[in-house]
Design a protein around this ligand. Structure first.
Ligand SMILES: C[S@@+](CC[C@H](N)C(=O)[O-])C[C@H]1O[C@@H](n2cnc3c(N)ncnc32)[C@H](O)[C@@H]1O
Length: 206
């Protein structure tokens, strides 16, 4: 499905305006103090990549070749692999931090992708997320449900009505209440694998 997310010049124009209106601050907070071996999933045109203090520690994945080309131009020092979050081409425990910015509204299979994120995180690792989510007010959530098919088509895969925090918890993560910001439909939070591992969709026995 080709939409806004697959047209890099249009996506970047849209993002430039959104960042001027406040999204840039959300992005900076998402990456605040991040260190260690970092994987950014769905980096798109790479708008986060220049914001890392040590880009040398970052590896990125992105499934869309056109967006990936622009990300490589924006941050040539960051190794970028064409891949999907549902099948991460990395060993278990390879990363200390996985970063996801506005991605889980678009992934086709969030439970599988979150299972993969958990697999590649090392013990004590963390998932940092910036997402727009399903509205907590039922009337507005129903409105999101109604506009979702057209929205998904225009945006190129984005679902405005996903409860991504619930999906993260169902995948065996605990969201840190001290590092969580919720404003309208915007969420930024850090989540860590819970001690008790639940059956995940990518588990052979699940
Ligand atoms: C709204 S854009 C966000 C791009 C970038 N992270 C940013 O903050 O600007 C969503 C991105 O998720 C990518 N995406 C969609 N499905 C994906 C999947 N299954 N795995 C990884 N990335 C995916 C899209 O190609 C797109 O680049």
């Amino acid at each position: 499905m080709r939409g806004l997310e697959q047209i890099p010049w249009l996506y970047d124009g849209f993002m430039r305006v959104a960042e001027l209106l406040g999204l840039r601050r959300w992005r900076e907070r998402l990456l605040d103090g991040v260190h260690g071996r970092i994987l950014e999933v769905g980096c798109g045109t790479g708008r986060n990549l220049p914001l890392y203090l040590s880009p040398a520690q970052v590896v990125a994945i992105e499934p869309d070749p056109a967006a990936a080309r622009r990300a490589r131009w924006r941050a040539p020092e960051v190794p970028l692999v064409i891949a999907r979050a549902e099948a991460l081409p990395f060993d278990d425990g390879r990363f200390d931090v996985v970063v996801s910015g506005l991605v889980f509204c678009s992934v086709q299979d969030p439970p599988r992708a979150l299972g993969e994120v958990r697999r590649v995180l090392d013990t004590g690792g963390e998932l940092r997320m910036l997402e727009h989510v399903r509205h907590t007010r039922p009337t507005l959530a129903r409105l999101q449900d109604r506009v979702q098919p057209a929205w998904t088509c225009i945006a190129g895969g984005c679902h405005p009505n996903r409860d991504t925090e619930a999906a993260v918890e169902a995948a065996g993560f605990a969201i840190d209440p001290h590092d969580r910001v919720a404003r309208g439909v915007m969420r930024r939070f850090t989540a860590r694998p819970s001690v008790v591992r639940k059956n995940l969709p990518s588990d052979p026995k699940a």
